[in-house]
Design a protein around this ligand. Sequence first.
Ligand SMILES: NC(=O)c1ccc[n+]([C@@H]2O[C@H](COP(=O)([O-])OP(=O)(O)OC[C@H]3O[C@@H](n4cnc5c(N)ncnc54)[C@H](OP(=O)(O)O)[C@@H]3O)[C@@H](O)[C@H]2O)c1
Length: 248
Amino acid sequence: MRLSGKAALITGGTSGIGVATAKLFVQEGAKVAVTGRDESKFDEVRKSLGTDALIIKVEVRSLADVKEMSRQVGDRFGGVDIFFGNAGRALASPLDSTDEALYDELMDSNVKGLFFSMQAIAPLLREGGSVILNTSFLNSTGRIGLSLTAASKAAVRSFARTWSQELLPRKIRVNAVSPGFIKTPIMLRMGMSAEEVKTQQAGAASIIPIGRMGEPEEIAAATLFLASDDSRYVVGAELVVDGGISQL
Ligand SMILES: NC(=O)c1ccc[n+]([C@@H]2O[C@H](COP(=O)([O-])OP(=O)(O)OC[C@H]3O[C@@H](n4cnc5c(N)ncnc54)[C@H](OP(=O)(O)O)[C@@H]3O)[C@@H](O)[C@H]2O)c1
């Protein structure tokens, strides 16, 4: 029970890495609030997290939504010990065919959404708290057609450094977790068919040094480490959990 008595907020906590992390946090004794946009998933998420979990409909690109998120979390928990800024997208953005709408959708979801979620939650963070931001192994590599996803995640990585400086006086640590290719619905949302996702996943496995894609639970375990006092001396860092793809 490494998170006993702690209150945690996870944005994008209704799917993939976010919901796997929420489940682990509940098992470790935390009270959990999760956000998502697609309300059709909420019943299932409530079943897996228990009736104590707070589930809030939030579009992170909307400042009104993130302020309301903060209000509801404050009302329920009084304060927040752990904030996992996880909501985000991955979309192809070829240089020659990306329009302004796609640019805004991706950058606003991954950068603006995180910035203003953090701004809204920061006043609720308690002394001794931990913030974990979900970046990506793409933040420091170049991959054809993924410039905006990579650049947005480099911004997320950068936030972890500056926000660490800004929040350390309040004894709040900020770190980033950096997943590689993880089996979640994220690829389906890139507009690929189930068949194309299968082919992509098989191709991905062949270029990952460890020989397979990652599971959401493997990112959850790393996030738990950063959330808990086990990582009390880790500040402004990036924990890479990618089967070696960015390192070997
Ligand atoms: N899977 C990977 O291979 C991988 C690799 C590196 C980094 N990541 C990062 O890990 C994080 C979680 O991804 P995942 O793989 O678990 O994907 P996922 O299964 O698609 O989950 C994404 C979550 O974020 C929410 N979300 C997305 N855009 C949002 C927005 N504009 N406003 C509010 N909520 C929004 C989604 O809510 P709805 O379902 O309601 O839309 C969902 O709960 C993302 O930041 C992603 O970039 C993933």
